[in-house]
Design a protein. Structure first.
Ligand code: GDP
Ligand code: IMO
Ligand code: MG
Length: 456
C-alpha cells in the first residue's frame, strides 16, 4: 500500500519505532479502542494511556467477561502487559481506586503492573461540582460533558494552580494544597453559580483514603518506556476520546479538554517522538456522538434508531443514548489528516447487516449552496452543513463474528473498498462483534504486517 506517510511507503518499519503502535479514536469517541487495545496487548510488553480521565469508557469483552475501563489502560486485562498512565491524564484518585477494586473483583490481578506518572493532574471533588454548575449555567448550549470534572481540572492545570499526582505520596502537603484549592472552588460555586459549596472535611477524608492506595503506583513512565524501546521492545499507546473531540482539532467548543491526537503521547510520557509508532485510527462503520455539538450525518429518524438499537449505542461511562448516523467520509478524512493515521480498524461492521442500502457522506453543502470538503473551524458553521450522500448497496447476510474476508458478502467488501478510496488509507482490521475473536486483519503493508506479527 502506498500510504500518505513516506516513512512507511518504503514498506519497512525501519528502526525508528521498534514495532510500536498508536491506537487513536478517529471519530467522536467510543469507536472501539478498548477492544483493539485489549486484543493487541498480548503482543506488547507495555501499554500506555496518554490523555483524558474517567470520562473515557473502554469496553473489553471475551468469553463471559465484560470490563469497562475508564482510567486504567485496556491492556491491563492481559496478565503480561505492564501498564502506564501518562502525565497528560487527569486523575480522580477515588475513581481510580474504585476501578482497580472492580478489576480485582473481576479476576484481574494488577500487582505492580500499573504505574501512574507523578506529573498527572488531580481531579478533586469540587472539580466535578464545578463541571455540573457550569453545564447547568450553559442551559441549552451545554457541552453535555460526562460530569467527571475533566474540564475544570485541565483548566486548573493550564492556570498553574492545579494539583499533581505526586502529592498523593505527601499527605501533609496534599491536604494543605487541596483544602486551599477546594476553598477557591467553593467560592466560585457559591458566588458565580449560586450552588451549594462542598463539605471540605468530608471531601478531604475521601481524598486522603484514596491517596494512600494510589501513592504506591507513582512512578515516571519515561525511563521504563525508553528502556523497553532501547531493548527493541514495542510499546502500545492507547488514546482516549477521539480526534473530533480533541481540544484543538475537534468541533470546539463541543470537545473534551485534552489533546487526543497521537502526537501528544510523547509529551504525556516525556519521551521523544521517535518512540511513537505508526497510527492505527479506530472508526465505526457508521458514526456516533454522545453529548452536544455538531454532527452533520446525525439521523433523527428510523436509521439513527436502528443503528442505536443494533449497535447498543448507549454510553459506557454515563449510559446516555448515543446519537447515530451514516459514515461521514469528510470528517473521517479530516481525522486521518490531523492525526496522521496510517491505517484503519473499522469497527461494528456487523451493525450494518440487513440494511438495504447504505449512505456515505462524501462532501457537504453550506447554506449558500457551496460545496464544503473539510470540517470548518467554527462549530456553528459545521452545524449548518448538509451532507451530500453517495448511496451504496447494503447486504442481507450476517457478518456477525466473521473472521476472514471470505465470510463477508461482496457488498460489504465493496463498502470497505469505497471507504479506503475515500480516506486514502488502508482498512487493516475489520471488527464484526464485541469479542476478541470477532475480528479480522486484511490487506498488505507495514501496519497490516505489524498487526499480524503482534497478534500471532
Ligand atoms: P471505546 O471508548 O473506543 O473503547 O469504545 P466503547 O467501549 O465506549 O464503545 C464501543 C462499544 O462497541 C462497546 O460496547 C464494545 O463492546 C462494542 N463493540 C466493539 N467492537 C464491536 C463490533 O465490531 N461489533 C459490535 N456489535 N460491537 C462492538
Ligand atoms: P472514550 O475514550 C465519547 C464527550 C462528552 C462531551 C464532551 C466533553 O470512551 O471514547 P468531558 O466530560 O470530557 O468534559 O465531555 O466529550 N466525551 C466522550 N464521548 N467517548 C469518550 O471517551 C468521551 N469522553 C468525553 O460526551 O460531549
Ligand atoms: Mg467509550
Amino acid at each position: 500500500y502506498d500510504g500518505p506517510n513516506p516513512r512507511w511507503r518504503a514498506g519497512k518499519l525501519g528502526d525508528m519505532a521498534a514495532g510500536s503502535l498508536m491506537v487513536v479514536g478517529a471519530q467522536w469517541g467510543d469507536e472501539g479502542k478498548g477492544k483493539i487495545v485489549d486484543l493487541l496487548a498480548g503482543g506488547f510488553p507495555a501499554v500506555v494511556r496518554y490523555n483524558g480521565g474517567h470520562n473515557a469508557g473502554h469496553t473489553v469483552k471475551f468469553e463471559d467477561k465484560h470490563f469497562a475501563l475508564h482510567l486504567v489502560p485496556s491492556g491491563i486485562i492481559n496478565p503480561r502487559a505492564r501498564c502506564f498512565m501518562g502525565a497528560g491524564m487527569v486523575i480522580d484518585p477515588m475513581a481510580l481506586v474504585t476501578e482497580i477494586d472492580g478489576l480485582a473483583a473481576g479476576g484481574v490481578t494488577i500487582g505492580d503492573r500499573l504505574t501512574l506518572s507523578p506529573r498527572a493532574t488531580l481531579i478533586l471533588p469540587t472539580h466535578c461540582a464545578l463541571d455540573a454548575a457550569r453545564e447547568g449555567a450553559l442551559g441549552t448550549k451545554k457541552i453535555g460533558t460526562t460530569g467527571r470534572g475533566i474540564g475544570p481540572a485541565y483548566q486548573d492545570q493550564a492556570q498553574r494552580r492545579g494539583l499533581r499526582t505526586h502529592l498523593l505520596a505527601d499527605p501533609k502537603r496534599f491536604e494543605e494544597r487541596a483544602r486551599k484549592l477546594m476553598a477557591q472552588h467553593n467560592v466560585e460555586l457559591e458566588r458565580v453559580f449560586d450552588a451549594t459549596p462542598m463539605d471540605l472535611d468530608e471531601a478531604m477524608e475521601r481524598l486522603l483514603a484514596a491517596a494512600e492506595r494510589v501513592a504506591p503506583m507513582l512512578g515516571d513512565p519515561g525511563p521504563e518506556i525508553r528502556a523497553l524501546h532501547n531493548a527493541g521492545q514495542p510499546i502500545l499507546f492507547e488514546g482516549a476520546q477521539g480526534v473530533l473531540l480533541d481540544i484543538t482539532w475537534g468541533t470546539y467548543p463541543f470537545v473534551t479538554s485534552s489533546s487526543c491526537l497521537p502526537a501528544s503521547a510523547a509529551a504525556s510520557c516525556g519521551v521523544g517522538v521517535g518512540l511513537l509508532g505508526p497510527v492505527l485510527g479506530i472508526m465505526k462503520a457508521y458514526v456516533t456522538r454522545v453529548g452536544g455539538g455538531p454532527f452533520p450525518t446525525e439521523d433523527h429518524g428510523e436509521v439513527g434508531e436502528r443503528l442505536r438499537k443494533a449497535g447498543h449505542e448507549f454510553g459506557t461511562t454515563t449510559g446516555r443514548p448515543r446519537r447515530c448516523g451514516w459514515f461521514d467520509a469528510v470528517a473521517a478524512r479530516y481525522a486521518v489528516d490531523a492525526a496522521g493515521i496510517d491505517a484503519i480498524a473499522l469497527m461494528k461492521l456487523d451493525v450494518l447487516d440487513g440494511m438495504e442500502e447504505l449512505k456515505i457522506a462524501t462532501s457537504y453543502t453550506d447554506p449558500e449552496g457551496r460545496t464544503v470538503t473539510t470540517l470548518p473551524a467554527e462549530a456553528e458553521d459545521v452545524e449548518r452543513l448538509t451532507p451530500v450522500y453517495e448511496t451504496v448497496p447494503g447486504w442481507s447476510a450476517s457478518t456477525v463474528g466473521a473472521t476472514s474476508e471470505d465470510a463477508l458478502p461482496p457488498q460489504a467488501l465493496e463498502y470497505l473498498d469505497r471507504l479506503e478510496t475515500l480516506l486514502g488509507v488502508p482498512i487493516v482490521v475489520v471488527s464484526t462483534g464485541p469479542r476478541r475473536e470477532e475480528t479480522m486483519t486484511r490487506g498488505q503493508g507495514p501496519v497490516a504486517d505489524l498487526l499480524r506479527s503482534r497478534l500471532a
